[in-house]
Design a binder for this molecule. Structure first.
Ligand code: C2E
Ligand code: CA
Ligand code: CA
Length: 769
């Protein structure tokens, strides 16, 4: 309900005090009204006694007066003779003397003499006469007309009973007034009588509920009782009055309103109420001030906690030495600890533990800030260390990490390189913006030159060879980094020092994922086929063999080159299924060539992964038996380096079974003469990247020539791959190269076209070089 502690405390205290005050007031009020009631009761009882006394005194005096008259001789005679004038004058005398309202005579016959005519209705006089006749004490209250009277009578004997002298005192306002005046308290007196309809007041007024009177009359001794009426409570005493006629009843009601009794205490109560109200106000104000004193530091802590949550400065000033002060101190300590931890976590989150270099997240932030103000010539670069695993195997994990760290430090020192970060075990990323006078590629090549300087690690000098991938920043932060990594892969697989991300070569990764399942389906559906590229014997000037190169006639994407699905098939393990299909197909096609009269050795590419599988060897050996010596496996050196024992064992088994072994892609990557010597190979294929430079580059020419010599010395035939020009072919021929393969002779051809080519070749004996 109340959201602030301060309000809550204030309201609570004020409410508690208010309730206490109310209880005290109620107790005071109760005590006062009890006392007042007690006092009023006493007064009422006393007034009742006084009234009794007065009543009987007057009755006595009147009775004496009446008796005096009735015994007076002259009067009796006047009554007997019917001397009206004497009777009336005597009665008038008495009326004045005793100050009564009426004096009259009722005859035995019911005839009334004197008094107000009309006071007694017809029949009433007779009723009264009968009552006087029968009663022992012929006095009491009676209702004459609408008014109550106290009647006192005395018989008139002359000598026999002739009638009664009657004194009638009207119990009216005046009478009641004199009674009221006698009391010490200002009470109200009234006489009520009962008629068939209930209790009824005099014509003079006064009232009380009949039910209350009945209840009061039932009491053993007449005590004052509380009378609750619409107009307010009062205390009332009901006194029964003796009536003349036994069937009639009359009461005197004395009452005193409580409000009047309490009136003297009002000022006292008002003082109590005002003091209470003042106390309440002071209490509320005091609790508010106190609560504020208590809650202010709590609010400050609360606010600080919120600031901490928002990551803002959350220090709280410690002002007191009490619990809250200590709490604030603990809070500050906690805040410092949290800040320290946060700093450590952010550092960990942003840095690579092994090298201490920033990590990918850090680069992402730099890239994000750069993409906010995109510059057309900005790129993300990924630098990868070649043969990192081998280097790590040689120098150990710790030194390998040092190599990466040193490369990272060198990158950090490059002008124009920002956000250096370790992206993978052997990859360091950064951003670069190409200057106006150079392309990003030129800049990257220049960078590589500086980065590839020999490194000193653990007392040794290490040579590192690096590749670099570039992706334009326009691609967005995350994807630019990913694309730079892919560009690095493209540089590595393409054996280029620097590569800019090539979307076309990469294809659509999401469709690549489903590519494998559709490749397997395509194998069954006959969508894959083999094209053949001739290997031309430079000395005998004829086609000596053909390399089988797989093609996929994709129903939607059209003819797909192997570079698009072979690497993925190798990664996903589907290369085995594909290779087995190629081997079978190649053997079948070779049979078709033989049937057309051409004995051609067919070369099949076997990827390194397949070479490491023992049961593939079983399959290959069984197939070789059906090919009768016309089969060649092209393998790369790397396939052997990855798992030398098993690979060499298998290659031996293949050689044993009559399968020729060709060492493919020689001159790229890591030519290792140590393995070259151990492979029982038949031929060596010099990679097209070197072959194509042979006419221009002295260095390439040197490599090709020495490779040819080396191969020959190892007993290997040499095949030059990617021969596109006559000049190249002639130079290779002059260098002693055995065979040439390339677009100069023929592109890879479908089997039908290849058969035609073979037929033409047999006839024309083409000459190259
Ligand atoms: P590779 O074994 O080095 O095959 C030679 C590649 O050089 C072929 O590309 C061929 O078309 C191309 N080439 C031939 N002569 C010339 C030339 O004069 N100039 C130029 N620029 N290129 C020339 P292709 O057919 O696209 O094959 C690419 C790679 O795919 C192959 O490289 C090979 O590693 C792999 N590959 C192809 N078929 C198979 C296969 O059946 N199994 C396996 N495991 N790999 C295969
Ligand atoms: Ca090949
Ligand atoms: Ca090759």
């Amino acid at each position: 309900m109340f959201r602030k502690l301060r309000t809550k405390l204030t309201v609570l205290y004020a409410a508690l005090f208010g309730v206490t005050l109310l209880l005290v007031s109620m107790a005071v009020w109760g005590a006062i009204s009890q006392a007042a009631q007690r006092q009023v009761r006493g007064e009422l009882t006393a007034s009742g006694t006084v009234f009794d006394r007065l009543w009987s005194m007057r009755s006595e005096r009147l009775r004496e007066g009446a008796a005096l008259l009735s015994r007076d001789f002259g009067f009796r005679e006047a009554v007997a003779t019917g001397d009206q004038a004497t009777i009336v004058s005597a009665m008038e005398n008495l009326r004045h003397r005793f100050e009564v309202d009426q004096v009259f005579i009722i005859g035995v016959d019911g005839k009334v003499t004197g008094g107000d005519t009309g006071l007694l209705k017809a029949g009433e006089a007779g009723r009264l006469a009968a009552a006087f006749n029968s009663a022992d004490d012929p006095g009491g209250v009676a209702v004459l007309g609408r008014a109550s009277y106290q009647l006192i009578s005395a018989p008139v004997l002359s000598p026999d009973l002739v009638g009664w002298v009657v004194f009638a005192v009207r119990l009216d306002g005046r009478e009641m007034g004199s009674l009221e005046r006698l009391s010490a308290i200002p009470l109200e007196a009234a006489v009520l009588h009962r008629d068939p309809a209930g209790w009824r007041a005099n014509a003079e007024g006064g009232s009380a509920p009949g039910e209350f009177i009945d209840r009061a009359l039932k009491q053993k001794s007449p005590d004052p009782m509380v009378l609750d009426e619409g107009g307010g409570a009062s205390i009332a005493l009901v006194k029964p009055l003796q009536t003349l006629m036994p069937q009639e009843a009359a009461v005197l009601v004395l009452r005193y309103p409580l409000a009047r009794a309490l009136a003297p205490y009002r000022p006292l109560l008002a003082v109590v109420a005002l003091t209470g109200l003042g106390g309440l106000l002071m209490m509320t104000w005091g609790s508010w001030v106190l609560a504020r004193g208590v809650t202010r530091p709590i609010s400050a802590l609360d606010e600080a906690a919120h600031r901490l949550q928002r990551g803002e400065d959350a220090y709280v000033e410690v002002k007191t030495q009490d619990e809250i002060g200590r709490l604030a101190e603990s809070f500050n300590t906690m805040v410092t600890a949290i800040r320290d931890r946060e700093r450590r976590i952010t550092h960990l989150a942003m840095h690579d533990e092994e090298t201490g270099l920033p990590n990918r997240l850090a680069l992402e932030q730099v890239v994000d800030s750069l993409t906010l103000q995109p510059r057309a010539r900005s790129y993300v670069a990924a630098v990868g260390v070649q043969r990192f695993d081998d280097m790590r195997g040689a120098v150990g994990y710790a030194f390998a990490a040092q190599v990466v760290r040193k490369i990272g430090n060198r990158v950090g020192a490059l002008p124009g390189a920002l956000g250096v970060a370790r992206l993978a075990t052997d990859v360091v990323g950064f951003t670069l913006t190409a200057p106006d006078d150079a392309t990003a590629e030129e800049m990257a090549v220049a960078f590589l030159g500086r980065l590839e300087q020999p490194l000193k690690v653990g007392g040794d000098t290490i040579d590192v060879v690096l590749n670099l991938g570039l992706a334009p920043l326009s691609e967005g932060a995350r994807s630019a980094i990913d694309l730079a990594n892919i560009a690095l892969d493209q540089a590595r697989t393409g054996r280029r020092r620097v590569a800019i991300f090539d979307a076309e070569a990469y294809g659509d990764p999401s469709s690549n994922l489903s590519l494998m399942s559709s490749m397997l389906r395509g194998l069954d559906a006959g969508e894959l086929e083999l094209h053949y590229q001739p290997k031309y014997d430079l000395r005998r000037r004829e086609v000596a063999g053909a390399e089988a190169l797989v093609r996929w006639r994709h129903p939607v994407r059209g003819m797909l080159a192997p570079d698009l699905f072979i690497p993925m098939a190798e990664e996903t393990g589907h290369i085995r299924t594909l290779t087995e299909w190629v081997v079978r197909r190649a053997i079948a096609d070779r049979r078709a060539m033989a049937a057309a009269g051409h004995d051609v050795r067919v070369s099949v590419n076997i990827s390194g992964r397949t070479l490491g599988e023992r049961d593939f060897a079983d399959f290959a050996l069984a197939q070789a038996a059906t090919a009768r010596g016309g089969l060649c496996f092209e393998i790369t050196e790397t396939a052997v380096i990855e798992n030398p024992e098993l690979a060499l064992e298998m290659l031996d088994a293949f050689a044993e079974a009559g399968i020729a072994i060709s060492i493919d892609d020689f001159g790229t990557g890591l030519s290792s003469l140590a393995y070259l010597k151990r492979i029982r190979g038949d031929e060596l294929k010099i990679d097209k990247s070197i072959v194509q430079g042979v006419t221009e580059s002295q260095r390439d020419a040197l490599i090709v020539r020495s490779t040819i010599d080396l191969a020959h010395s190892l007993g290997l035939k040499v095949v030059a791959e990617g021969v596109e020009t006559n000049a190249c072919c002639a130079l290779l021929s002059a260098m002693g190269c055995d065979q040439a393969q390339g677009y100069l002779i023929a592109k890879p051809l479908p089997l039908k076209d290849f058969l035609t080519f073979l037929g033409e070749d047999a006839v024309s004996r083409r000459h190259y070089g």
